[in-house]
Design a protein around this ligand. Structure first.
Ligand SMILES: NC(=O)c1ccc[n+]([C@@H]2O[C@H](COP(=O)([O-])OP(=O)(O)OC[C@H]3O[C@@H](n4cnc5c(N)ncnc54)[C@H](O)[C@@H]3O)[C@@H](O)[C@H]2O)c1
Length: 269
């Protein structure tokens, strides 16, 4: 391969923060950024012991990795995240806002508690973490990249996820609003809208349907869903990792305020 292409995707010397990186899509993203040479700070609510597999896999790529256990749904915790990356790695260049929760809840049963919990993590934390990141980059006089993980639900609601869809619609517009203001500082802000991706979070939703009949109905629904997809397979965390690598790299330097849909063609169905 020509060095020009290698150089486009080389993240050596860059530091990336990946929220919700202990598992699932966040792990897929952290792995790809690590393969490209970035230092990785994983920020997640689970104890470090539960993230060991991920941390070891990242270290095995040769990348430097650090961990911060924190609940990002509490805005008071957001302030420490950028400071941690700078204290461990000396600087910060890439922020991936991936941590998010999704809980099936028909609108007739929508609870204020679930609304607040979802919006706090999925939208408010993205706003204030991004704000801190941008202010840090302005002080340090260099550019950077923000990658928000939205969802195809920000474009077309699945159903029974109204609090989630509202949060992800918010992420999509926040991406555009921040991109407009941050561009002059050399900072790009884009979002990735995944379709159905095989993750522990999705498995948990399936487990929420408790009776045997519900489990069977869910499995039949999933099989039908995959069959209908133009690419006829469920997505994997690496599929999102590859898109994130593109948006974190020089290859995407002239792209900002965009949504990259990575859904196997789901929105065409
Ligand atoms: N899996 C999909 O099909 C799919 C589709 C579209 C969008 N997404 C989005 O992708 C992102 C990741 O989803 P996933 O499927 O990998 O989920 P997941 O549940 O498998 O992983 C989410 C990670 O976020 C962490 N987390 C949860 N609450 C947190 C908090 N309060 N503070 C810090 N970390 C917290 C979890 O511990 C976990 O490591 C989410 O924003 C989700 O909405 C997922």
């Amino acid at each position: 391969m020509h060095d020009i292409i290698k150089d486009l995707f080389d993240l050596t010397g860059k530091t990336a923060i990946v929220t919700g990186g202990a598992m699932g899509i966040g792990k897929g993203i952290a792995m790809q950024l690590a393969y490209a040479g970035a230092n990785i700070l994983i920020v997640d609510i689970v104890p470090e012991t539960e993230a060991q597999d991920t941390l070891q896999a990242i270290a095995a790529t040769g990348a430097k990795v650090a961990y911060l256990q924190t609940d990002l749904a509490n805005t008071a915790n957001v302030a420490g995240v950028i400071a941690k990356a700078v204290s461990v790695f000396g600087d910060v260049h890439i922020l991936v806002n991936n941590a998010g929760i999704f809980k099936y809840m028909p609108l007739t049963q929508l609870s204020e508690e679930m609304w607040d919990k979802t919006l706090s993590l999925n939208l408010k934390a993205v706003a204030f973490l991004s704000k801190n990141f941008i202010n840090t980059l302005i002080e340090r006089k260099h550019g950077g990249k923000i990658i928000n993980i939205s969802s195809v639900d920000s474009l077309k609601p699945t159903g029974n996820l109204s609090q989630y869809d509202a949060s992800k619609g918010g992420v999509r517009m926040l991406t555009r609003a921040f991109a407009k203001e941050a561009g002059k500082y050399g900072i790009t802000v884009n979002d990735i809208a995944p379709g159905g991706i095989n993750t522990p979070g999705v498995a948990r939703i399936a487990g929420d349907s408790v009776t045997k009949e519900q489990q069977e109905a869910m499995m039949a629904q999933t099989a039908q869903f995959i069959q209908q997809l133009p690419l006829q397979r469920i997505g994997q965390p690496d599929d999102i990792g590859h898109a994130a690598l593109f948006l974190a790299s020089k290859a995407s330097d002239y792209i900002t305020g965009s949504t990259l849909v990575v859904d196997g063609g789901l929105l065409l169905v």
